[in-house]
Design a protein around this ligand. Structure first.
Ligand code: FAD
Ligand code: MLT
Ligand code: ZN
Length: 466
């Protein structure tokens, strides 16, 4: 089949507006938040699983690679279009099923926006507890395909814990109905969990049965200024003695706070400027008692000097204000230009030593960038972001970044860490995978890839080369 014949077959099988071929129409679909340059010969926007099947079969017959695309908020380059590919966007696969309040689950098509799903289940006082700053654009299919983390992992774990069943289309156009609503099903290999986190390289997820939990009762959000990075894990240890569930435990450096204030115009009510800030969110049954306990808990920490200043957000407005500082970091840094991002993980007890090693490397190398530190300390996943000094050249920045990266990953390995805590491998971490996976694991990866996609047509070049 020629390319024209493929496009003809695609436009015949897709409902109106389902195929984009004009360069200006394609452009928004060829990259993700990494801004990595991408390209594609066309974009398909199927409206149903049957349409996905027809797209996949046409591409398989003509050996056209397919790049699945959700909200393109990915930070690893997984949804970046490659030469001659067809981008398969899930934007129009956006139906939501009724909430099952007995089994606490809901069916969502892959293109449902994360926040839309949240609002749908909130009507039943339930929650799909995958919470990330990109939720207004990211999709359920993207969250599953990247096994997204976010700000509530300490309490709920990653995306893979919140799915029972998947519908997915293989490269042969077979529709897999995997596990449905079953909580228990011990019949061999778990293909649901294999597809979660596979970043579009094994099959196209078209829908999922998602698990739900009750919404938190009363939340209290604290923003605490602390004297140094060591105080962050110290505070984590202290906070775990509280008789409340920790909903989030996040941190950011003063540089990050300054960036959010300057680039997004957000305000911080703390009066003391500190090297690091910690955001803790707690859930309690009774708002009044929760606030009183929190105040009682913080007071001696301030006397000891572990906490320098703090604010407690109890109303939704105050909580929103505090979260705005944490959740605005990524956007504010992106507004400063090119950012080199590292979403590493280490065992949480190594966090201080790991960051010390990183800082020592930067002191030694004297690069033309500054380190912006923030992230999810409770899960051992600090985000390291590098921003160029204003007057340095981009060439020098990239060269210094690469020099730093080599040492960073060696340090990471020495701490038993991973090159990706939550954003995935995509294009950007592929060359560093050997730091986190053994040769035997990678051999098995290739065998799995071959079993699902023998002609390497599903998101080729992402995660692992075959
Ligand atoms: P895309 O970017 O469109 O795709 C991601 C990958 O999944 C690609 O490989 C793509 O090919 C594949 N894919 C998408 N849909 C399908 C499908 N239906 N079937 C098969 N493959 C598919 N990530 C975190 O883990 N934690 C965070 O806290 C977090 N915060 C973020 C904050 C901001 C401001 C931004 C911009 C990003 C953040 N991210 C975070 C990264 C990103 O939002 C997540 O990775 C998200 O899950 C991606 O969803 P998406 O729909 O945008 O996927
Ligand atoms: C976050 O925790 O805010 C995200 O993972 C986004 C990022 O790393 O920039
Ligand atoms: Zn994160």
């Amino acid at each position: 089949m020629s390319l024209n014949q493929v496009l003809e077959a695609l436009s015949r099988n897709l409902t109106a507006g389902g195929l984009l071929t004009a360069p200006d129409d394609i452009k928004p679909y060829v990259s993700d938040w990494t801004k990595t340059a991408g390209t594609a010969m066309a974009v398909a926007l199927p409206r149903s699983t049957a349409e996905v099947v027809s797209v996949v079969k046409a591409c398989r017959d003509a050996k056209v690679p397919i790049v699945p695309s959700g909200g393109r908020t990915g930070l690893a380059g997984g949804a970046v279009g490659t030469p001659g590919c067809l981008v398969l966007s899930t934007t129009r696969l956006n139906r939501l099923g009724e909430v099952d309040i007995v089994g606490r689950s809901v069916y969502a098509e892959a293109g449902v926006v994360t926040q839309t799903l949240h609002e749908h289940v909130h009507a039943h006082d339930l929650e799909w507890p995958i919470d990330l700053a990109a939720k207004g654009s990211s999709t359920v299919g993207g969250n599953l395909s990247t096994n997204a983390g976010g700000v509530a992992v300490i309490r709920y774990g990653m995306t893979r814990k919140w799915v029972t069943g998947l519908q997915a289309v293989t490269i042969d156009g077979d529709v897999l109905e995997l596990n449905g609503e079953l909580e228990k099903n011990n019949t061999g290999y778990d293909l649901v969990q294999l597809l979660v986190g596979s970043e579009g390289t094994l099959a196209i997820i078209t829908g999922a049965t998602l698990k739900l939990t009750r919404r938190p009762r009363h939340l209290c959000t604290l923003l605490l200024a602390v004297r140094n990075f060591t105080a962050v894990p110290d505070l984590f240890v202290e906070s775990r003695h509280l008789a409340y569930d920790i909903q989030a435990f996040e941190f950011f450096s003063n540089r990050c706070l300054t960036s959010v204030k300057e680039k997004l115009g957000r305000k911080c009510r703390l009066t003391v400027e500190a090297p690091f800030y910690v955001l803790i969110e707690l859930e309690g049954e009774d708002a009044y008692r929760l606030q009183a306990s929190v105040e009682e808990w913080v007071a001696p920490l301030m006397t000891q000097g572990l906490v320098l200043d703090g604010m407690i957000g109890s109303s939704s407005e105050e909580r929103k204000e505090i979260w705005g500082l944490r959740e605005g970091i990524t956007e504010s840094l992106a507004l400063s230009g090119r950012v080199r991002k590292y979403d590493v993980s280490v065992p949480v007890r190594h966090a201080v030593e790991f960051i010390d090693d990183v800082k020592r490397t930067i002191d030694d190398q004297k690069p033309v960038f500054d380190l912006y530190l923030f992230g999810h300390l409770a899960d051992g996943s600090p985000h390291l972001n590098l921003l160029k000094h204003p007057h340095a050249s981009m060439e020098q920045f990239e060269a210094d970044g690469e020099r730093f990266e080599k040492v960073l990953y060696a340090i990471l390995k020495s701490h038993g860490g991973s090159v990706s805590a939550e954003h995935g491998v995509g294009l950007l971490k592929k060359n560093w995978l050997t730091y986190s996976r053994s040769a035997t694991e990678l051999r098995l990866y290739r065998s799995i890839k071959h079993a699902f996609d023998p002609h390497n047509l599903l998101n080729p070049g992402k995660v692992v080369d075959v």
